[in-house]
Design a protein around this ligand. Structure first.
Ligand SMILES: Nc1ncnc2c1ncn2[C@@H]1O[C@H](COP(=O)(O)OP(=O)(O)OP(=O)(O)O)[C@@H](O)[C@H]1O
Ligand SMILES: [Mg+2]
Length: 284
């Protein structure tokens, strides 16, 4: 995974070029409302087996970008390609095949699961829908792999938040995707549970080679899992690079401010970092 990949045009990964999505702008009784430029001219490439972290403050367009990358929403401009193929029209048969390869895991697992179905049934469901053989203990093996051995018979209300998110991950993985878009996937969990789920995602990546578009407002979390990072602000990517580089030498004042807002190890370290960030903001 190298920085050079950002500009590459691999026919293997997920590639967004010049992607925009503007909402609104409809005429009201008084005047034409300004459109919200939720995503505004974004280029990203996600290579096989890599994790690209997307960070930025609330409203910066992260989730909108994630929905476009997953093919849930079509951009108003620009192109999305997966393995060199443009995304098909939403709802078409080709689109359903592509959606199988690019799965999503959202913040709230209890909303993603059906309260009336057992966990095993919900892991099996997408496999049945795509005509994948779910027999021979496949579902049980998948549940065991995510740490839910023997819990397939339970219903969502009988699992903890962390266990529910494991079930959602198992369901996404059951389709052998190449990419999983994780939108605030651990944000609703306790810190200790967050760490367990992040470790699980990293283990699954090592085992299955799945790539993650890892969206989070939490820089600490993103730093932990990402190979590369893209920093979003007002729908645009203001900085991108290898995760360690971005954290060690942030180039954009906005990135410096985000890093300065991270809880520091000690008050002295935090003061020092705040002072540096302030100085760099003043210089900018
Ligand atoms: N369906 C929609 N219709 C109109 N505006 C929208 C829609 N979805 C998002 N927006 C607007 O687009 C902008 C980006 O929203 P988005 O949810 O992508 O941000 P985000 O970075 O994910 O924020 P958060 O960290 O709070 O989840 C916001 O101004 C939001 O209000
Ligand atoms: Mg969001």
């Amino acid at each position: 995974m190298t920085e050079a990949m950002i500009g590459a045009a691999p026919d293997v990964g997920l590639e967004l070029r010049g992607v925009s999505l503007h909402y609104g702008g409809k005429r009201s009784w008084r005047r034409k409302a300004e459109p919200v430029r939720a995503v505004d001219g974004v280029d990203i490439v996600l290579g096989p087996g890599e994790t690209l972290g997307i960070v930025g403050e609330s409203g910066s367009g992260k989730s909108t970008l994630g929905r476009i990358a997953a093919g849930i929403e079509a951009p108003s401009a620009g192109s999305v390609r997966f393995r060199g193929e443009p995304y098909a029209a939403i709802g078409s048969a080709a689109w359903r095949r592509q959606r199988r390869s690019v799965q999503v895991v959202f913040q709230n697992p209890s909303q993603a699961l059906d309260p009336r179905l057992s966990i095993a049934a919900q892991v099996r469901e997408p496999m049945d829908a795509h005509g994948i053989d779910a027999g021979g203990g496949t579902v049980e093996a998948m549940l065991a792999r995510v740490g839910l051995a023997g819990l397939g018979g339970r219903f969502p209300h009988q699992l903890s938040g962390g266990q529910l998110q494991r079930a959602v991950i198992a369901r996404a993985l059951s389709l052998s995707p190449d990419v999983i878009v994780c939108d605030e996937a651990v944000s609703a969990l306790d810190v200790s549970v967050q760490a367990q789920i992040l470790n699980l995602l990293q283990d699954l990546q090592a085992e299955f080679g799945v790539a993650f578009l890892f969206i989070s407002h939490d820089l600490g979390v993103v730093r932990h899992v990402s190979h590369r990072i893209a920093v979003m602000r007002q729908g645009q990517i203001v900085e991108t690079g290898l995760a360690a580089e971005v954290f060690a030498r942030p180039q954009h004042p906005y990135t410096r401010a985000l890093i300065a807002a991270l809880p520091a190890a000690s008050p002295a370290a935090r003061r020092q970092r705040d002072a540096r960030a302030l100085a760099s903001l003043l210089k900018a």
